[in-house]
Design a protein. Structure first.
Length: 295
């Protein structure tokens, strides 16, 4: 396959778990991912939420997001600021830019008790934004205690060219900080996927000697050749908004040797349609719904 060496090919195959029991006699390798843990059910991007997601037997991958504090600590957060929609704040949201706060300040802010108005079933419980290092340690410990296989991790770096130096570090520094935490944790490299909307983040990871598995996040119905031109290489995966894709679009990416894992699908009927399109994975706020795919 063009642009993918043997080690990378084996890694892609290894990332996907055979869930043929979900589809009767038809064998289909599929990655089933809990979005920000399972934010439809538990506080997003929290250790509590991620560990609760691991209780869902169909889930083989945890998806979560990373931001950086003023003192260069890597934490889990979907926005590089304290989102007033989920966090209990005493001042304006603009004053809670995570990149201008120390981790000591960040960990004092409750982002779980308030809940989320878009997810009325979400459990409300005191939760703070955790360090990536603490999160990895907790996942490893939980799996060891419950005799579970370690999940794959689909890790998004929250970065944007207009944010550089304001809400996040430059891509080369951001990726190095994340790499350092991952390597120190001892989490299996073959179970890590890095994803981003920011092409510069993926370019930096591509230049790393560690040969990470990379996924390009996209909003629009972009064509494979345009993705390759923009990045300067072929990513292992494309991760689009599910609303913009079709079977023909999926086929085009498969023809180029890329996997397709769309986001964020919260209805079983949409999941079923996407599986018919031939996608290689599903990302959902409600990963508990994956069990319904067996019916």
């Amino acid at each position: 396959m063009e642009g993918i060496n043997m080690n990378r090919l084996l890694l892609i195959i290894f990332v996907l778990v055979n869930l043929s029991s979900l589809f009767g006699q038809s064998k289909k390798e599929i990655s089933l991912q809990g979005h920000r843990g399972a934010r439809g059910l538990y506080p997003e991007n929290t250790i509590y939420g991620l560990l609760k997601t691991l209780e869902i037997p169909e889930v083989n991958t945890l998806e979560f997001d990373l931001s950086v504090t003023k003192d260069k600590q890597i934490i889990l957060s979907h926005e590089p600021w304290m989102n007033k929609e989920i966090c209990i704040l005493n001042a304006s949201e603009e004053e809670h830019n995570i990149y201008s706060l120390s981790y000591e300040m960040v960990k004092q802010i409750d982002c779980g008790s308030k809940g989320h108005q878009s997810f009325p079933d979400q459990e409300k419980t005191f939760s703070t934004k955790p360090l990536l290092s603490e999160t990895l340690k907790a996942i490893k410990q939980y799996c060891s205690e419950h005799e579970l296989e370690l999940p794959y991790l689909n890790i998004e770096l929250k970065s944007n060219t207009s944010w550089y130096g304001i809400y996040c570090p430059m891509p080369d520094q951001f990726t190095k900080l994340v790499e350092q935490v991952l390597l120190k944790s001892g989490y299996p490299k073959e179970k890590i996927i890095f994803q981003s909307f920011d092409s510069e983040i993926l370019i930096q990871f591509r230049q790393s000697e560690l040969n990470w598995t990379l996924s390009y996040l996209v909003e629009s119905k972009i064509q494979p050749n345009k993705v390759i031109r923009k990045l300067g290489f072929k990513p292992d995966m494309i991760s689009p908004n599910f609303k913009f894709i079709s079977k023909n679009w999926v086929d085009k990416y498969h023809d180029k040797g890329m996997l397709v894992i769309p986001w964020t699908i919260n209805q079983v009927k949409d999941m079923s349609i996407l599986l018919e399109y031939g996608v290689d994975g599903l990302i959902s706020d409600y990963p508990n719904l994956f069990s319904a795919l067996n019916n």
